[in-house]
Design a protein around this ligand. Structure first.
Ligand SMILES: C[S@@+](CC[C@H](N)C(=O)[O-])C[C@H]1O[C@@H](n2cnc3c(N)ncnc32)[C@H](O)[C@@H]1O
Length: 290
């Protein structure tokens, strides 16, 4: 394994991911990796990946899906795992080494602009493409990583109403705090920006793909070991986390009310394995024309 650092200047969103979200994601890694894996586990068995394939994992985060993909393609294949935050990739490098997975390269780069060679059979992204500053440019660039006839599969969240694991907490904090203002710092278009199949179909067509298909994936995700863990996670990450972060000092006065209301909702989802909530995504598959 090796790493390179792309020299392109960082966009404001990439900067935000690096400075604000990396520390939060690292703090809540046990939920983001183990919790969301329950969701993508539904998708992995049907991915169009075979032994010997060359694969890209775009916006790979901590790298757990990249390691799974590297195992699927085996020693004759390879995976290029990319993310704009080296703070995430460090975990991937360590985990891959510990797992003895060597057909995997972690690379810090912006997927929207990286000069790919068109040699890959498969390009994958779990919840990465929703944050592209320019989705069409990003999707087009992912297509450019593919050989003619290569396949792209991305997993993107459906709407906030279909994702109570993020939506309920936002509704609750908005009872106590104002919505984020016009100038709120954000992670990019956001987790629900690819929920509309009509819009995404258009984006993919403009980006040059064909054979575009959507499959709805419903799964329960783990959002915390107990009520405090789940509450801390929801107030740090996602739409409720954004409201909370932007409210600044106001949160000091309202914290107890918010905590009470959030826990009253979360307790309904308490199971022996932790707090489990419904989530729903699209598995979107498209092909680079031959
Ligand atoms: C919600 S996380 C998903 C991470 C991982 N794929 C997973 O499922 O756990 C979104 C990821 O996309 C990355 N990302 C956002 N914009 C990016 C860009 N333009 N280029 C590369 N990575 C990007 C972020 O750094 C982050 O790791």
């Amino acid at each position: 394994m090796n790493s390179e650092v792309a020299a392109a200047p960082r966009s404001q969103y990439v900067e935000f991911w690096n400075t604000v979200l990396v520390p939060k994601f690292v703090r809540w890694r046990h939920i983001l990796v183990d919790g969301l894996t329950l969701h993508s586990a539904e998708v992995f068995p049907s991915l169009a990946v075979k032994k010997g394939d060359k694969v890209v994992d775009a916006g790979c985060g901590f790298g757990d899906t990249a390691i799974q993909l590297a195992r699927l393609v085996g020693p004759t294949g390879s995976v290029l795992a990319m993310d704009c935050c080296d703070g995430f990739l460090e975990y991937g490098r360590k985990d891959a080494k510990a797992a003895g997975v060597t057909n995997l390269t972690f690379l810090e780069a912006d997927v929207q602009t990286y000069p790919f060679e068109p040699v890959h059979d498969f390009c994958f992204s779990r919840f990465g493409t929703q944050f592209f500053e320019n989705p069409v440019a990003g999707l087009r660039n992912m297509r450019k990583s593919l050989r003619p006839g290569g396949t792209m599969t991305m997993i993107v969240w459906r709407g906030i109403k279909d994702n109570p694991w993020l939506g309920h907490a936002k509704e609750i904090v908005l009872k106590f705090l104002p919505p984020p203002g016009e100038n709120a710092q954000t992670c990019g278009p956001g987790p629900f920006s690819m929920a509309d199949t009509g819009v995404v179909t258009k984006q993919l067509e403009i980006a040059g793909y064909k054979d575009i298909e959507f499959e709805q994936i419903d799964a329960q995700v783990f959002v915390g070991r107990d009520l405090d863990d789940a509450m801390g996670f929801q107030l740090a990450i996602g739409p409720a986390g954004e409201v909370y972060r932007e409210a600044g000092k106001l949160t000091e006065d309202r914290h107890d009310d918010i905590a009470g209301a959030l826990k009253a909702e979360l307790v309904k989802n308490q199971r022996p394995e932790g707090i489990m909530m419904d989530s729903s995504s699209w598995k979107v598959t498209a092909r680079n024309p031959v």
